[in-house]
Design a protein around this ligand. Sequence first.
Ligand SMILES: [Zn+2]
Ligand SMILES: [Zn+2]
Length: 304
Amino acid sequence: MASGRWYKGNTHTHTTYSDGDSEPEVVVDWYANQGYDFVFLTDHNAVVPADHIARLQRRGLAVFQGEEITMDAVHVNGLGLARTLLPDEPASGLAEPYVNVSRATRVRWAVERITAEHGLATVNHPFFGGLTAEDLLDSGEFDVFEVANGNHPEGHRALGSEGWTDALWDRLLTAGRRLVAVASDDAHHFRNWGPRWANPGRGWVQVEADSPRLTDCLEALRRGNFYASTGLELCEYRVESGRIVVELDGEEANIELVGAGGRVLDSVRGTSARFKVRGSSGPYVRMRATSDDRRQVWAQPVHF
Ligand SMILES: [Zn+2]
Ligand SMILES: [Zn+2]
């Protein structure tokens, strides 16, 4: 990993620019009060304009533009997009209704447009979008994948801690993709709280960067200098001369080394682990830890 410091952020949040229940001011106040360092506002087919973003900056919280490109249930975040990309304009070439356009084609359209605008493409909640491994292999390369989404926990929960989304990530990695994964809030509700509301604070990333500026955060995400969390934190994570050193922030969990096909190559119950890693284990390995109450942390894959 790089040698910056850690910055906590959320890559997926809604406001009244689409179907969120709260103005951007309320949303950013929540993240600032909770000690986040950055947040991306990612409304459905809408980018918060730069002059409004400028008024939203809070002490200690950097607020970034983004958009959740929304094509029926297939959703792709464009992190750092400065202008709205509209999939439902005739010029998009995605002839309505979307149901006549394959899911892979929709993902490809969004990823190509986001990349051309120098944004970072994140395929959101693949389970909710009905996206299979075949769809995502057909859609071409993209940067980031949501392994956990606070608004759509079903894909994550489906098979317990080794849930559908986690297994899908392994399918793509095993096929040779170099794909990093975030956990996000996909928060819509800041007024009512409880399990049936899409509240914030359920999934986040900790990026290792030189600063919490947009370019540094995007670069850290692109390079995989971050980890994803739904509640567990790391106080140490190093990949060095044939081993991975993991130390959780004080909590006991089941710490696993996962390899090709999602196979668990090694596991430790405790607050720290040292895993031996070698190329003969397969094309990649990655670390995942799960607490008894199913909060998780995911490190990015190490490729051989
Ligand atoms: Zn979505
Ligand atoms: Zn969303």
